[in-house]
Design a binder for this molecule. Structure first.
Ligand code: IFM
Length: 721
């Protein structure tokens, strides 16, 4: 088995949405969905741009898909060589995870179409495709290559005022509706054949049209180089795109491909987790690491990653807590420069968080639950559509999921502890921590009849139970945030001028006094036989099985949460909540506490979010449940191999790739199976190798020093490189 290769035989239009994500190529700047070159918008083709958003009317704001600049379509003797239009004899799709190369081979009987393409890791704006036709009889070929405007949009259209120009390079420029951002796509081609060429320009795009009489056994190849720029990248995006194409064309397909492969080699050298003894698992891990690595913002220093990566417009292309809690760990340990970019994004969107807090009547920084550019809150008040009434349902993720700010400060502190680099704190990170702690001070509810402080009316990671009080995860993460602020004071105040200046600027004196007071008074959750209550009153909810709750559904797409959801009045939860807390703050809990809570909550967890299984797997490793950990690891790592995960929340499409699971797979392998920890500034291992594998090895960088971790049956070791 090739543990770097995903393959699929056959074509089925029903699989198009899922396969477009499974076979995604991306480079952090853009994502190209894995659909054949000739796909119409019915097969969900998209070149999704990172960080470029648009809103059409009052529909949801979402990322912009660029024109499809790798569009190719052939017709032979009048027969469309299209998987959508013609019955194929055979169709094979593959994705090479090592180098991010998508390939397809389609047998149309009289003609075989094959191609391989990639989104360049060496040149952020470049895409390239090698498209080949082999003929099994004489006939007449029409081949069109160009820039198609027939693209997939969930809440679009987003592009207007199209202008097409021709020459050596075809160029399409257009403007987004809301902010008039110019998007330019360019394409040039090389062929190994001569053919009269004409141009087609209409409302569907601009295309070169080649016509040629071909002979049986003839092979024709077309190399396409395309580039995308926006006015955010360059004031003259069309010129920049044109230049990029021309340079690629001059270098040639093979040279560009080599540069792209070299860039991937570097990424794997820094991050590959090698798992020996189980090929299925090794494939799943390669898939996970590929999907997370390919959406990392390598072209920028201040960008984060949307919850569905660059696989389309799902979840409004927004940045969630997924970034800090699920993506960040792999990056901080393997490619800290990317971890830094994720956090710089938060530092630079602090204004948005201050504004959001103020809008709700609080001080400090309340980060967007679904953050778009500049920290704009993409989460609407009606984030689910009811499958019965088709009416939007009032949801409270935006207003009540306040743990988001603490998740960010948790990652800021981890970055410092793992990299030893405090420059991020000095460059705005410390301010973020202080502003978040300040937000929680103003959000806290003091009791008049006791010393305790509650956090009322919140939503924890388990989104099925809305507007609860004292969610254990939220309260403890808030405490961690407050302690981080106080830690900064202990280390830097009256010692470092930059920090003292910051405090003065922020007028923080009164906040220190409040933090000192509140810190010891945050309400501790009730416990029953060692089980931490997820929120006040949780134990009083109906304690029934998952099957009972599922049997109450009247529609498989029904939303389980909120006021009318089937889970809301029960103890059934959507995703790891108390257990996520135990995974994030392991030193605050004993092994026994983790075991008791795991046994209680796991059967009550739907794992309805792709963020859940990895938290259970991590904690299962700690308590020696390695078979359970293995099962959850395979579920986590395999999600984008199998195309798993929920596709619908109510009537909202939520499919795409699952970077949180991808990051979770790295966490389970490195922090769970190998048990990697930082203790007193040094690295330690507590290996828990599952019986299903023989060996695990991977690189990490801690405190600027490179190490190789190796774990086998007889124990583990850490080698300094
Ligand atoms: O951030 C998650 C949330 O925890 C569950 N719903 C999906 C979001 C995006 O992945």
């Amino acid at each position: 088995m090739d543990t770097w290769l995903l393959q699929k035989e056959g074509f089925n239009v029903q699989d198009a949405a899922v396969d477009g994500s499974r076979f995604l190529c991306a480079n952090g700047y853009m994502g190209l969905r894995g659909v054949p070159e000739e796909a119409s918008s019915a097969l969900f083709p998209a070149v999704t741009l990172a960080g470029v958003y648009d809103q059409n009317g009052d529909r949801w704001r979402e990322p912009v898909n660029a024109p499809n600049c790798l569009y190719i379509r052939a017709d032979f003797n009048g027969l469309p060589l299209s998987v959508e239009k013609t019955q194929v004899q055979a169709h094979r799709t593959a994705l090479d995870y090592r180098y991010g190369i998508y390939s397809r081979e389609t047998d149309f009987g009289e003609v075989r179409v094959s191609s391989r393409r990639y989104v360049s890791m060496a040149s952020a704006h470049l895409l390239a495709d090698e498209y080949r036709l082999v003929f099994f009889r004489d006939g007449e070929l029409t081949l069109q290559a160009g820039i198609s405007t027939d693209i997939w949009d969930i809440n679009g259209p987003h592009l207007f005022d199209f202008r097409h120009s021709e020459g050596e390079t075809l160029v399409t420029t257009c403007l987004t509706g809301q902010n008039r951002i110019a998007v330019a796509a360019a394409q040039c081609v090389r062929t190994d054949f001569e053919a009269p060429e004409s141009l087609r320009k209409d409302e569907t795009g601009i295309f070169r049209v080649f016509r040629r009489i071909v002979k049986k056994d003839e092979t024709l190849t077309l190399w396409v180089f395309s580039a995308v720029y926006t006015s955010i990248d360059d004031p003259a995006p069309a010129d920049a795109a044109q230049r990029c194409c021309a340079q690629a064309m001059a270098a040639g397909f093979d040279a560009c491909l080599q540069a792209h492969k070299d860039a991937w080699e570097d990424i794997w050298a820094r991050s590959e987790v090698m798992m020996e003894g189980n090929e299925e698992a090794a494939l799943a891990l390669h898939a996970s690491q590929y999907h997370l690595n390919c959406v990392a913002p390598r072209h920028a220093q201040n960008m984060s990653i949307p919850a569905r990566g660059l696989s389309g417009q799902t979840y409004k292309g927004a940045v969630f807590w997924d970034s800090e809690i699920f993506f960040f760990p792999m990056f901080v340990y393997t490619q800290p420069v990317i971890a830094r970019s994720l956090l710089r994004y938060r530092i630079e969107t602090l204004q948005g968080a201050l504004k959001k807090a103020a809008e709700y009547g609080y001080r400090g920084a309340f980060y967007a639950w679904e953050s778009q550019e500049g920290g704009i809150e993409g989460c609407t008040n009606f984030n689910v559509v009811d499958v019965f009434t088709h009416r939007p349902v009032r949801t409270y993720f935006r207003d009540k999921q306040i743990h988001i700010s603490a998740d960010i400060t948790y990652a800021l502190r981890s970055y410092w502890e793992i990299t030893g680099d405090r420059s991020l704190l000095m460059e705005g990170g410390a301010r973020v921590i202080l502003e978040c702690a300040r937000f929680y001070l103003s959000r806290a509810n003091a009791r008049v009849d006791s010393d305790e402080v509650d956090f009322a009316d919140v939503i924890g990671p388990d989104e099925y139970h809305e507007r609860v009080t004292n969610n254990a995860f939220t309260n403890m993460m808030i405490l961690h945030c407050m302690e981080s602020a106080l830690m900064l004071r202990d280390i830097f105040a009256d010692r470092e001028a930059w920090f003292d200046r910051l405090l003065k600027e922020m007028d923080y004196e009164n906040d220190w006094a409040l933090l000192d007071r509140v810190r010891g008074r945050v309400r501790q959750s009730r416990k029953q036989d060692g089980v931490i209550e997820q929120f006040d009153g949780y134990f009083e909810l109906e304690d029934c099985s998952m099957e009972t709750v599922r049997s109450r559904l009247r529609d498989p797409r029904e939303y389980w949460g909120g006021d009318h959801g089937v889970a809301g009045t029960t103890q059934i939860i959507k995703q790891a909540d108390v257990i996520a807390l135990m995974a994030l703050l392991p030193e605050r809990f004993t092994d026994d506490q983790v075991a008791v809570n795991w046994d209680y909550y796991e059967p009550r967890t739907e794992h309805g979010s792709s963020l859940s299984a990895c938290m259970y797997a991590l904690t299962a490793c700690r308590t020696g449940k390695t078979d359970k950990a293995w099962e959850l690891f395979m579920k986590t790592a395999g999600i984008d191999v199998t195309g798993g995960g929920k596709q619908w929340a109510g009537e909202i499409y939520i499919g795409g790739t699952h970077p949180a699971s991808n990051g979770g797979a790295w966490m389970i392998a490195a922090l769970g199976f190998a048990g990697l920890r930082i203790k007193n500034g040094g690295l330690t291992l507590v290996p828990r190798l599952p019986r299903q594998i023989d060996r695990l090895s991977f690189p990490v960088t801690v405190n600027g020093q490179d190490y190789r971790v190796e774990v086998a049956r007889d124990g583990g070791r850490i080698r300094q490189l």
